[in-house]
Design a binder for this molecule. Structure first.
Ligand SMILES: [Zn+2]
Length: 151
């Protein structure tokens, strides 16, 4: 079997608790299966979720399309959002707009996304997820002000 991470050669490595054959890569030493019971364990699932998020697909729709539970989708989106690093901008003469957006979360009562957009390039340059307060707003405005001062 070919490794789904590095395309190396995998050898049999015992059985999973559900009885399925487990494989281990000779090169990167990662364990894997030929096929998984749950769609969420496939390597390209995060990329599919990412593509659906940037196309404004809702969690329920993603769940139906990918065959993954809404809870798993929500957890993955949160994991993916924590890997995002803000773009580096050092241009002068930029205009920024800061706004808040109330989002529907399964577990969180009052969930807000506070974000700053560079109006010239129409790109989100800073955002924070949490409540609606001066502190959250401050995180976004301070990030933008930091750029303005250094440029
Ligand atoms: Zn490998």
């Amino acid at each position: 079997m070919e490794c789904r991470y590095c395309k190396g050669v995998c050898i049999k490595n015992g059985l999973q608790s559900n009885g399925k054959q487990r494989y281990k890569c000779n090169h990167c030493h990662r364990s894997q299966q030929l096929c998984y019971s749950y769609q969420a364990y496939y390597v390209n699932t995060n990329h599919k979720i990412y593509k659906l998020v940037i196309n404004s697909c809702g969690v329920s729709d993603m769940s139906r399309v990918l065959g993954i539970s809404r809870n798993t989708i929500s957890k993955r989106i949160l994991e993916l959002s924590q890997r995002i690093s803000p773009p580096k901008l050092d241009e002068t003469g930029q205009a920024y707009e800061v706004d808040e957006l109330k989002v529907k979360c399964h577990q969180v009562e009052n969930c807000w996304v506070t974000y700053g957009i560079n109006k010239k390039i129409k790109q989100v340059v800073s955002f924070v997820i949490g409540g609606r307060s001066r502190e959250y707003l401050g995180v976004v405005t301070e990030t933008i002000m930091g750029w303005i001062e250094t440029s």
